[in-house]
Design a protein around this ligand. Structure first.
Ligand code: SF4
Length: 245
C-alpha cells in the first residue's frame, strides 16, 4: 500500500493525540489490533471518542481463554464497536493438528513458531491487507523485546505501513487508572495475575516482580517471547519516523 507522502507526522507522544492522528490520517485504511488486554481496551475507548466507526480486528487462534471471548463480547456491546474477527486457515490448522498433535508448540522453538505462524501471523497478514496503518497496544515495559519501542514506525514486516503504538511509554498502573476512571470492562484474566493476554496453553500468571510477558511461552528465554506479530520492533525491519516528524 503506497503511503501519501504529504502525511504530516505528529510532534506529540500523547496517547490520545496519537490515536486521533492515526484515525484522522488513515481511516478507513487503519485498524486497531485487539487481543482484549488492558492496553487494547484503553485504545478502543480512546478510538471510539474520535471515530465511533473505528475498525477493530482480533485474531481467534482457536486457543484463546474463555475469559478473553467473554471480554470481547462485553467490549463489543459496551463500547459499540464491531470486532472484525480473523481465523487461521482451516486446512493449515487441520494439517498441523493431524501431523503434530495439539501441543506441538512445547516441543521446540521452531514448532512454536510454526503454530504462531499458522494461527496468528497469517491471519494478521490478511487483517492488514489493504491497510495504510495499524494501531497496537505495545508498551516498552512489556519486556526486553519491546524496550526500545517507538510510538510510530514504518512496519517493514507488513509492507512498510505505519504502525502506531500510542501507549509505548505507559506504565501498567496508568492502564488501570484509565480503566477505573472510565469504568471500562476488562479481561478477568488480569485479576488472576495475567498482565499479558495470549493463547491459553501458552500463557500463565506471573509472579510478583516478573516482567509482564514472563508468563508468555514461559519455557522459552526472554529474547524469544514474540509470536511473529511484532517481531522486529526493537531491531531491523521497523524504521522510526523521528526524522520525518
Ligand atoms: S501462542 Fe501458542 S497456541 Fe497460540 S499460536 Fe502461538 S504457539 Fe500456537
Amino acid at each position: 500500500m503506497e503511503l501519501d507522502r504529504s502525511i504530516k507526522f505528529p510532534d506529540t507522544d500523547e496517547a490520545q493525540d496519537l490515536v486521533k492522528w492515526g484515525l484522522d490520517s488513515f481511516h478507513p485504511a487503519v485498524a486497531l489490533a485487539c487481543s482484549f488486554s488492558l492496553e487494547d481496551v484503553v485504545l478502543v475507548h480512546m478510538a471510539v471518542q474520535v471515530r465511533p466507526d473505528v475498525r477493530v480486528f482480533a485474531i481467534d487462534t482457536g486457543r484463546l481463554n474463555e475469559e478473553t471471548y467473554q471480554c470481547a463480547d462485553v467490549v463489543r456491546r459496551r463500547l459499540g464497536v464491531t470486532i472484525e474477527w480473523y481465523f487461521p486457515k482451516r486446512e493449515d490448522v487441520e494439517r498441523l493438528e493431524r501431523e503434530k498433535g495439539l501441543f506441538s508448540f512445547h516441543e521446540s522453538l521452531e514448532a512454536r513458531h510454526e503454530c504462531c505462524r499458522i494461527r496468528k501471523v497469517e491471519p494478521l497478514s490478511r487483517a492488514l491487507s489493504g491497510m495504510k496503518a495499524w494501531i497496537t497496544g505495545l508498551r516498552r515495559k512489556q519486556g526486553v523485546t519491546r524496550s526500545e519501542l517507538k510510538p510510530i514506525v514504518r512496519d517493514e514486516a507488513h509492507g512498510g505501513i505505519i504502525k502506531i503504538s500510542p501507549l509505548a511509554a505507559w506504565e501498567f498502573e496508568q492502564l488501570w487508572n484509565y480503566v477505573g476512571h472510565h469504568n471500562l470492562p476488562y479481561n478477568r484474566l488480569h485479576d488472576f495475575g495475567y498482565p499479558s493476554i495470549g493463547c491459553e496453553p501458552c500463557t500463565r500468571a506471573v509472579q510478583p516482580g516478573e516482567d509482564s510477558r514472563a508468563g508468555r511461552w514461559w519455557w522459552e528465554s526472554p529474547e524469544h517471547k514474540e509470536c511473529g506479530l511484532h517481531i522486529n520492533d526493537n531491531k531491523q525491519g521497523c524504521r522510526t519516523l523521528q526524522n520525518q516528524r
